[in-house]
Design a protein around this ligand. Structure first.
Ligand SMILES: Cc1cc2nc3c(=O)[nH]c(=O)nc-3n(C[C@H](O)[C@H](O)[C@H](O)COP(=O)(O)OP(=O)(O)OC[C@H]3O[C@@H](n4cnc5c(N)ncnc54)[C@H](O)[C@@H]3O)c2cc1C
Length: 398
């Protein structure tokens, strides 16, 4: 096995760094989870998304015929690493569209759906921003129990129900909605469908859910007799579960960029320790070395997942393995970072008072966001269940 990237990939890495230098303010530390928090962050992220789109980097992994770059697996890996390392904005905000809606439409969408939605996503257009409607007040980990209904009436579906934790819904033009199209099925994962809904539809009400830092990322959505044309059904009616699982495995493949973000914080912590007396503490040196081992492990495993995909091998539990490891790693980065920085690690609070912060608040940001990230796209426990069932063929515990 060759662990080196080739010349082409290293050249591409330099090109990305050049883009960062030219387009991001000096010393910029992006945080892909904050792009929705303020209009200013959003506008900046959108402007970068459009620049990335021009280079086809926004949809780097998409085939050329869909407006992507058609990049090699290893170019994708390098891009994800660099995007995470530099916190390139514009990727997180449209992530539903670029990472799972677009690729799912390529697999299951009609030609008309592909022609209508895919170019908007690839262009970084405001109408190409999507949100994802899976979770409900009583359905999270047990997603198959969802209760939002879409009833066929003539040429339309009439949708009723409630979704919650819908990230980015207040910025999105469309929602990728999981709903029940058949009642009283033998098993709960039967009778589900995926439907595209215009966020401007009559009967759709949005209620913002601010987080404990005052940031607006989440929303709850109420569907009261929302009328959607039947051509917005994605794939086969009542067969939504398998499509949902495919879309979720795309969503869980984001460990590479999180790994890049961890490398950046490790580099900064090493630098900080060297510049201060923290380096004299053997515990600090040990913790940094320990972190380096875990970061490298995540990177090697996510390289393996990318390689398997490239070889067209079926990846069943690998995205869950990488996500579970990533969840734990982010928590560890925040713990080690907080130990090293001490009280300074708590001094940024969403850039409200950055005077005393160190490393531009990056440790504090990971500290807050690692909790949510370990829940989003399925909790770490859910990933363990998938690995137990599909990786180790153990019986289901629920
Ligand atoms: C940052 C963030 C962004 C999100 N964005 C979206 C979005 O855009 N769209 C969307 O639809 N949803 C979104 N969500 C919601 C997310 O998908 C759910 O929160 C998640 O699936 C967990 O569901 P729950 O909150 O209902 O927790 P529950 O399912 O009630 O779980 C509670 C606890 O019980 C554990 N648990 C539950 N079942 C099992 C089991 N069988 N075995 C072992 N342990 C179990 C869980 O691990 C967890 O610790 C987001 C969440 C976060 C944090």
């Amino acid at each position: 096995m060759d662990f080196q990237f080739g010349e082409k990939e290293e050249q591409f890495r330099l090109e990305i760094r050049e883009f960062v230098k030219e387009n991001l303010p000096k010393g910029f530390i992006g945080n892909m989870f904050e792009e929705e928090h303020t209009d200013e962050n959003w506008a900046f992220a959108m402007s970068i998304a459009q620049k990335l789109a021009k280079k086809k980097w926004l949809t780097i992994s998409w085939p050329k015929e869909y407006g992507g770059m058609g990049a090699s697996t290893w170019q994708k890996v390098v891009f994800a690493q660099e995007a995470g390392y530099w916190g390139i904005p514009g990727i997180g905000m449209g992530v539903s569209g670029t990472a799972w809606v677009g690729p799912s439409l390529m697999l299951f969408g009609t030609k008309e759906q592909q022609e209508k939605y895919i170019p908007l996503i690839a262009a970084g257009d405001p109408d190409g921003v999507w949100c994802t409607g899976y979770s409900e007040p009583d359905s999270g980990s047990d997603l198959a129990s969802l209760q939002t209904t879409a009833k066929r009436v003539g040429d339309n579906y009439i949708i009723n129900g409630q979704k919650v934790w819908t990230s980015c819904a207040h910025k999105a033009r469309y929602i990728w909605l999981a709903c029940r199209t058949q009642q009283n099925t033998e098993k709960k994962h039967q009778g589900l469908s995926l439907i595209i809904v215009d966020m401007k539809s009559k009967g759709l009400t949005l209620n913002p859910l601010k987080n404990f830092m005052g940031g607006h990322v989440f929303n709850e959505l109420f569907f009261d007799d929302v009328k959607v044309p039947v051509e917005n059904l994605v794939g086969v009616e009542n067969n939504g579960w398998s499509q949902l699982m495919t879309a979720l495995s795309f969503e869980r493949g984001l460990a590479l960029s999180a790994g890049g973000a961890c490398v950046r914080i490790l580099d900064e912590l090493v630098e900080y320790a060297k510049e201060t007396d923290r380096i004299d503490d053997p515990f600090v040196r040990q913790s940094l070395a320990d972190l380096a081992i875990d970061i490298e492990t995540l990177q090697i495993l996510s390289f393996e997942s990318a390689w398997k995909e490239d070889q067209k091998k079926i990846v069943i539990y690998e995205p869950s393995r990488d996500k579970a490891l990533c969840d734990q790693l982010l928590e560890k980065v925040s713990r080690v970072g907080s130990d090293i920085l001490g009280v300074y690690s708590q001094m940024d609070i969403m850039n409200k008072d950055p005077r005393w912060s160190k490393l531009k608040g990056s440790v504090e940001h990971v500290y807050y966001y690692c909790i949510g990230l370990a829940i989003a796209a399925g909790t770490t426990d859910t990933q363990r269940n998938i690995i137990a069932n599909f990786g180790l063929q153990l019986p289901r515990s629920y």
